[in-house]
Design a protein around this ligand. Structure first.
Ligand code: PGA
Length: 244
């Protein structure tokens, strides 16, 4: 695993955006795995700027979002569908048919998981996967568990995750209790993985991911087994690994 430590949030965002743009320049039909959350927002902003300046073309790029809440309609501002369109897709020239996000409103959620997994297999593997990390070590919505779950599946969200995300919903009660997420096998099959983390509040999490046991109790720890995974961290998020 590689670790890149940069000055601050703006720098890691710019670095990640440049990496995505360079990957598209090398492979115009790149298959890209995408996260939501607070951390990647600036990376998306930077990518939109790079696009508007004419330096990247998304017309053949294929995207797969990692996860989506169950039971939130697309138009709900807190759905990941809304997040992705508002922060990224509506500002760039990606084709609608090349955008893939799990459907958290599907009548048969189990079937939806199988459909999504098969689609990734058909169009994938994912060339470049961008990840955030939750305080409890989750990646996507793969929460701490007794086992690593390989494929796209339904995840019951932990109280900690729901608390962290309640800042968007106004109250804990409004945060959905379940989500569809790519599994850890799907994520690990990506050719290249970049994990972004920023801020002092992520320092303990990063320490565990980098130095703790590899265990499904801390899902991000599995990334240490990937052959091309880079953590791009700002100084605050890297604060505890630097000292040890
Ligand atoms: P954050 O979320 O970027 O909002 O901290 C990361 C995550 O929960 O995966």
């Amino acid at each position: 695993m590689n670790i890149l430590i940069m000055r601050d949030y703006n720098e890691i965002s710019r670095q990640a955006a440049l990496l995505v743009a360079a990957s598209i320049a090398l492979k115009p039909n790149l298959v890209l795995g995408l996260p939501t959350g607070r951390t990647p927002i600036r990376m998306y902003k930077e990518l939109v700027v790079i696009y508007k300046n004419g330096f990247v073309n998304f017309s053949d790029v294929v995207t797969f979002n990692i996860d989506e809440y169950i039971g939130l309609p697309r138009e709900n501002p807190n759905s990941f569908y809304s997040y992705m369109h508002n922060n990224f897709f509506r500002h760039i020239n990606i084709k609608k048919e090349n955008i893939h996000i799990p459907n958290g409103m599907a009548k048969d959620i189990k079937k939806e998981c199988v459909r999504y997994e098969n689609l990734i297999r058909k169009k994938g593997p994912i060339d470049l996967m961008i990840l955030g990390i939750g305080y409890n070590g989750h990646i996507g919505f793969n929460e701490p568990s007794d086992e690593f779950i390989p494929e796209t599946h339904v995840e019951v969200l932990t109280e900690r995750t729901r608390m962290a995300n309640s800042r968007y919903f106004g109250s804990l009660a409004k945060v959905p209790s379940e989500a569809i997420t790519m599994g850890l096998g799907t994520i690990m099959h990506s050719k290249k993985i970049i994990l972004l983390a920023s801020g002092r509040d992520k320092a303990e999490t990063i320490l565990r991911a980098v130095k703790g046991n590899i265990t499904p109790r801390f899902p991000a720890s599995i990334l240490r087994l990937h052959r091309d995974c880079t953590f791009i961290l700002d100084r605050d998020a890297a604060g505890l690994i630097k000292k040890k």
